[in-house]
Write a protein that binds this ligand. Structure first.
Ligand code: FEO
Length: 164
C-alpha cells in the first residue's frame, strides 16, 4: 500500500504536470499573437504531452488504490520580454520538474515503496529527454540571435513537429 505521504507527493505532481501544460499553452498563445505559428504548434503539442504526464500519474494512483485529489492550478505567465526568454524559461522549468520527480523517487525509496519507485523510472528517463530538447532549443535561439531568416527557419522546423 502506498503511504499517504507518497500519495500526497503524487497528487502534487499531477498538479505540477497540469500547470506545465497550462504554462506551455500560454507560451503557445504568446507565439500565436506574434504570428509564429510553428513555435505555437510546438508548444501546443508540449502542452498536450504535459497533460498526458499528469494523466499517467492519475491512472497510476487508481491502479494502486490511491485517492486522486486535484487542487487549484496556478495561472501561468502570459507575456515574455523576448522569444529567447520563453525557451530559457522552458529549460529552467524542466529542470525544476526533474528535481520534483527526483524528490518523489527519494521519498518512495525511503518509504520502501518499490512499485512507485519503478513507476517513476519512466519519468526519470523522460526528464532527461525533456531537458535535452529544451536546452537544444535555447542553443538554437542563441545561434539565431537577431536574424529574421533564422527565426523563420526555426519556426518552420518546430512547426514540423507532429507528435507529443
Ligand atoms: Fe512533464 Fe516536461 O515534464
Amino acid at each position: 500500500m502506498t503511504s499517504k505521504k507518497v500519495q500526497d507527493a503524487l497528487n502534487k505532481q499531477i498538479n505540477a504536470e497540469l500547470y506545465s501544460s497550462y504554462l506551455y499553452l500560454s507560451m503557445a498563445a504568446f507565439f500565436e499573437s506574434h504570428d509564429l505559428q510553428g513555435f505555437a504548434k510546438w508548444f501546443r503539442l508540449q502542452a498536450d504531452e504535459e497533460y498526458s504526464h499528469g494523466m499517467k500519474i492519475f491512472d497510476y494512483m487508481h491502479d494502486i488504490g490511491g485517492k486522486v485529489t486535484l487542487s487549484k492550478i496556478e495561472g501561468p505567465k502570459t507575456d515574455w520580454d523576448s522569444f529567447l526568454s520563453v525557451f530559457q524559461e522552458t529549460s529552467k522549468h524542466e529542470q525544476e520538474v526533474t528535481k520534483s520527480i527526483n524528490d518523489i523517487v527519494d521519498l518512495a525509496m525511503a518509504e520502501k515503496d518499490h512499485a512507485t519507485v519503478n513507476f517513476l523510472q519512466w519519468f526519470v528517463g523522460e526528464q532527461v529527454e525533456e531537458e535535452a530538447t529544451a536546452e537544444q532549443n535555447v542553443r538554437k535561439m542563441e545561434m539565431i540571435g537577431d536574424s529574421k531568416s533564422g527565426l523563420y527557419m526555426l519556426n518552420r522546423e518546430l512547426g514540423s513537429r507532429v507528435t507529443q
